[in-house]
Design a protein around this ligand. Structure first.
Ligand SMILES: [Zn+2]
Length: 74
């Protein structure tokens, strides 16, 4: 189960690097930058951690909805 969570975490954030900057706030946006590949991660002060990318979260909800829709049809 832990392995799945780690895999899901990496899949969501798409970066395996460890050199992440401190949160940067420009205008209304706060984000962290990977110093190795330049990936940007929107940062939430509420949870004190990077937010999942919106596109990945939407994709995940679509994936998780598929079995439910099949179950309803069957
Ligand atoms: Zn990176």
């Amino acid at each position: 189960m832990i392995g799945f969570i780690v895999w899901l975490w990496n899949w969501l954030f798409g970066c395996h690097h460890e050199h992440i900057s401190w949160p940067i706030t420009l205008g209304n946006r706060t984000y962290e930058v990977c110093c190795d590949c330049g990936a940007e991660f929107d940062y939430s002060w509420e949870i004190m951690a990077p937010k999942p990318p919106v596109t990945s979260a939407a994709a995940l909800s679509r994936v998780t909805d598929v079995p439910i829709q099949h179950a309803r049809r069957a």
